[in-house]
Design a protein around this ligand. Sequence first.
Ligand SMILES: [Zn+2]
Length: 501
Amino acid sequence: MFSYLLDKIRSKLTDWQNKILSPGGKLVLIKNVLSSIPMYTLAACCPPRAVLRTIERMFAAFFWGSKDGVAKRSWLAWRFVTRTKSEGGLGIKCLNDIMDAFSMKLWWKLRHRKGLWVELLKAKYFRKRHPCDAFMTSKCSHIWRRILRGRKLAEPFISLRLGRGEGSARCEDWIPGGPRLDSVAIPPAEGVTSGTRRGTGRRTRGRSRTQARESADVEAANSTVSQRVGTGELRRSARLAGRRVVLPHRTVTVRVLSDRGRKIRDSRARNSDNGGPAIRSFWTASGWDLSLFLGKFGAEAAGQLREANLTCTSDPDSLVWGDRKGSFTMAAAWRCCRTSHPTSSLFSNIWGKCIPAKWSILMWRVCHNRLPTDDTLQKIGFHLTSRCHCCQVGHGENLQHIFFHGDLAFTVWSAFRGFFKARMHSDFLVFLQRWWRGQDSHHRRSLAGAIIWVLWKNRNRHRYEGRGAGSDFLVREVKRQFRKSLSSCRHLPSIPSWALE
Ligand SMILES: [Zn+2]
């Protein structure tokens, strides 16, 4: 079914003639051309995970290159590549995250109830219910399943900005800092508990027992585990089936419902009329009717309503996304559904407008220690004798030696270190972080890129062509590359005098 998608990507890759593209060019093509090919499909339906994995494998094979139709080694797993640049990735978006963001977008549109398709779904799946109370049936369509998955992801980020108070008091997140009221046990409605409307004594007793058991279960369910978690865990928490997620500002309370408690809550919701009482039903001319509200949602929620200092206005209610600008964007949804990782200045400084992409990608591989140096090749099973190209006395070759500790590298760094007063450190990556601190960040980052690029090119020339260069030539070459990168930058930063020598 999705073979057309794979064929289209494959034909693009064949056209581009993998060999003549630089890593930077490949990265641009993956981010801007290849990644956009499955967008329409991801918006319209949910391809199986296997299809997405196949597509990402094709992306990875293209990025890392191939020889005679056989993919070369992937030096870093794709899950690292799809992180943001400051997190140590290349900023390529994971297809699964994009698919989840589209699911959230569908739910956001449904919540606004705009469009004929929403009316159709409403008539079919939640005729008299609030969309948050809608449920999945065994025969529901794929799109409905997807929308309900989007609900689980998106709903923790949706809140209601109070206007006239037409929204559901129970289903909407409308009290800032307060709990979401659908997680609060609602007292049974009058006339439902006894079952005496038609019943015999046996029937009455049976219903009473059932009702009592249900109430006990709801209480037990609502008094189960509560824990405070940070916003970083919000997405993961929201995905956990059977857990209610409540969002007061930047922390959430995860309340675990038992299966039975969830079924009871759902069955009650089904019987309610479009999400229960509207918010305005608790609003009177003299303010909030807190006693009525307390009887419905409990003392804790009533206290938070009093503290929130809310008032109904003549404006319509509006749904708000997140806690910033309030409008939904695909980028915002993507940020919500992806797994974030710690950022590092080590990775964020290797990218810049004055740094060619090929330098950035080389530095990225250096920071991850993912270059085919002798020690790395030995680790992955190649049997070889290691000897560096840069010292009179031979050393084993590793990344730190090529770029920092070797005689040649040390001489080149020393030639420029004085201009930035960078302090030395025995570890190359720590030294790099120190190097990037301070003023003239454009110059610092660009120069580091030039030095690393020239050292690596010289090492490869020596290794594969047998003709390396001396330190004087390398210093001149670094200056030339540095000037070239600055002059080709659109911002036209000034070229320092020492680089003109
Ligand atoms: Zn050496």
